[in-house]
Write a protein that binds this ligand. Sequence first.
Ligand code: ATR
Length: 274
Amino acid sequence: MVDKYLVIGNPITHSKSPFIHQSFAAQTEQNLSYDKQLVAVDEFENFIKQFQAKGGKGCNITVPFKEQAFSLADQLSPRAKAAGAVNTLIFNSDGTISGDNTDGQGLVADILAHDIVIKHKRILLIGAGGAARGCILPLLAQHPQVMVIANRSKDKAITLAEKFGNAGNVSGCGLDEISGEFDIIINSTSASLSNQLPNIDQAIVANASCCYDMAYGNEETCFLTWARELGVLHTIDGLGMLVGQAAESFRLWRGITPSTTSVLAHLRQQLKQS
Ligand code: ATR
């Protein structure tokens, strides 16, 4: 029987995960199916248990279920614990469910794939919501020199930074309090989705060598346009992070790390045509 996987969310129509995983499966000659599934907001746990009982092997979890998946998992990886959210469920042969979070690894892999070094570099992470939280541990594992988390609501940045205080040189501040110079700036806010810029000093952006926006679209995000026009050498959107998190989920399920290059090129082409 074919091993079955799903991505579960609400909404789910526009998910690129089936295309990505089906491409990975073809590339690595893995016999599996991967579909998308809309689940009602109060039906998540029931649905997962039924899918597991029917022989499903695992799921990707997207909005709004990542916290529920976190609560449902019997075991959690350190990075899922740090993220407080799960995007990958693994149904084990003993009937237990493991939860992991591959978003941060997807981000790190994409940054490194652009030949950007994180080790000993100064990182500014803008935003302190779920997307920021999910990537802090994997970023710290690359041993940056410092990481400053800056957020519009300052208290959220400080609280988040304190959670990681022992894992590295991490601090939190408001957007108007950012000081110092940074090599890599990562925009994890949802501002780009509404075509808004986070309100930070342009000199901070102009000094960076890399600006990464977790958002992506058929056009360059306004944050990346701003950075590019300020002379930032490397401006990268979040499409590679999407493919990277999928590759890490695939590795967890199948024990094989797929190549992301051709899938990413295909998705980029699709985006340009849309
Ligand atoms: P989640 O549900 O993932 O936690 P969220 O609460 O919507 O997401 O947070 C998204 C992030 O984008 C937050 O850091 C938010 O800042 P606040 O905590 O101050 O709300 C940030 N954000 C959204 N729009 C923004 C904007 N226009 N400028 C700056 N930051 C913005």
